[in-house]
Ligand binder design. Structure first.
Ligand code: NAD
Length: 463
């Protein structure tokens, strides 16, 4: 048998995976600057080149970002988990593949036209210039790559201020975007970042004269900061998505869908099921399937109390618990379980701190409701007005419609795991920036454009 290079690479990958060695990918630094002002200056120069390029050339850059994202998906997944201590390598590989395949590019930008006796008028969507982007530690390289595809697709360049706890993997992705651009004949520095992001570098970005638009993906603090900056802001903030289950649902499937969504990447996605509200008549059956078929551990009152004091602190979430798997979390309170346990469940009131807080870990409280109306009221309360995401398992279209109207979220998944919302097992495109607070909803290239009206009077109408 002859051994080719691909086989050798596969064997090396396998050995590294088995030995659980730290992968230290080659640290290139295209687009990475010591100084935020220099990063913005470089992105500005790159934008002056990009804006002269054709749509086709921009699309070639994007195709190459997609290709590189797939090639480097495993490295970035491992780096992300290793650096942040959060999430699941296999699921992070899937997230990278998903964004590479389903994040819209230049095709997302549409032109509107009116033609008539007085000529031809177009609405053309053009770039803002250099966009400032703030990214989270929960989907670090995923957000950098997804934002880059959309922002570059719209003709912008982008400067990132990534989360400091995920700087290596975020900057790895920034470098990749620039490699992709250069290889496809585009400029360097279409995406830029800094070596050491801080609140000070973020402030420079927010105040800089050459940054007309800021896109913030993260918790409430950063969205408020961006919306107070005096600039146009796209705010993709926190959520606490409830999954409502009524008596008409396929209960066994609901249990499976909810636990699949809740445990994806250890519950890090902002869209993931964070609690369940179930009508009383089917609640015991739902929990039965979760425990017997879906790898759930039913926590006692005493264990719930221990979890509260472990995962929550006076200052909020214990960061050492965010994005950890169920087995590890249970280990932290002295409970040892087998590897098939993937979620911790319990019944509780909606005010229970493990239910009302956005935890981002596979702990799923289940709230009992007397009937659908009661469930609706409890779910709306639990969403805390974030207007982010909510899910429902029901076959009653009146109930689904009432829920959708009342909870009024950017995302509402029916009868599927939450990740169907971003094109994974559901129709539609992928994004990791869901602008719940500022109303763009699931962002894509067109969210990063500005509208311009081009009028030709009395000519070019050939009707
Ligand atoms: P985080 O708010 O701690 O950090 C997000 C980013 O904001 C980081 O780059 C951080 O350095 C920066 N930041 C935080 N406070 C800031 C401030 N006052 N000024 C300037 N920058 C600031 O969030 P995280 O832990 O990285 O991510 C998890 C949170 O983000 C959750 O609440 C989750 O729901 C939310 N999230 C939302 C979306 C979405 O699309 N809506 C996507 C991912 C995560």
């Amino acid at each position: 048998m002859s051994v080719n290079e691909q086989m050798v690479q596969n064997i090396v990958k396998e050995v590294i995976a088995r030995m659980n060695l730290s992968i230290t990918p080659q640290q290139n630094s295209l687009g990475i600057f010591e100084d935020m002002n220099e990063a913005i200056e470089a992105a500005k120069k790159a934008q002056s080149i990009l804006k002269k390029m054709s749509m086709d050339q921009k699309e070639q850059i994007i195709s190459n970002i997609r290709k590189k994202t797939i090639e480097h998906a495993e490295i970035m997944a491992r780096m992300g988990v290793e650096e942040t201590g959060m999430g699941n390598v296999g699921h992070k590989i899937l997230k990278h593949q998903l964004l590479a395949e389903k994040t819209p590019g230049t095709e997302d930008i549409k032109t509107e036209a009116w033609s008539g006796d007085r000529g031809l008028t177009l609405i053309e969507m053009g770039p803002f210039g250099v966009i400032g982007a703030i990214t989270p530690c929960t989907n670090p390289s995923e957000t950098v790559l997804c934002n880059s595809i959309g922002m570059i697709g719209a003709g912008n360049t982008v400067v990132f201020n990534p989360h400091p706890a995920a700087i290596k993997v975020s900057n790895y992705a920034v470098n990749l975007v620039n490699e992709a651009s250069i290889e496809a004949g585009g400029p360097a520095n279409v995406a830029c970042s800094v070596v050491k992001p801080t609140l000070a570098t973020s402030n420079i970005m927010m105040k800089h004269k050459d940054i007309p638009l800021i896109a913030a993906t993260g918790g409430p603090g950063v969205v408020t900061a961006v919306l107070s900056s005096g600039k146009r802001g796209i705010g993709a903030g926190a959520g606490n998505p409830p999954a409502l289950v009524d008596e008409t649902a396929d209960i066994r499937k609901a249990a499976e869908d909810i636990i699949n969504g809740c445990t994806f990447d250890n519950n890090l996605p902002c869209i993931a099921e964070k609690e369940v509200v179930a009508v009383s008549s089917i609640m015991d059956e739902l929990m039965h399937y979760m425990v017997t078929e879906q790898g759930c551990y039913l926590a006692s009152k005493e264990e719930q109390d221990k979890l509260v004091s472990t995962v929550l602190t006076d200052k909020g979430l214990n960061r050492k618990c965010v994005g950890r798997d169920a087995k590890t979390l249970l280990g932290m309170i002295g409970v040892h379980v087998s590897d098939n346990i993937r979620c911790i469940i319990f019944e509780g009131e909606k005010e229970h701190p493990l239910i009302s807080e956005e935890l981002m870990m596979p702990i799923l409280g289940i709230v009992r409701a007397t009937d659908f109306e009661d469930a609706l009221e409890k779910a709306v309360w639990l969403e805390h007005g974030c207007r982010h995401s909510a899910h429902i398992h029901s076959k009653n279209i009146d109930n689904i419609t009432a829920y959708a109207k009342e909870i009024d979220t950017a995302i509402l998944v029916k009868n599927a795991p939450s990740y169907a919302a971003i094109g994974f097992g559901g129709e539609g495109f992928c994004t990791f920036t869901i602008a719940s607070r500022t109303g763009e909803g699931l962002t894509s290239a067109k969210s990063f454009t500005k509208s311009r009206r081009c009028v030709m009077a009395d000519s070019l109408c050939i009707r």
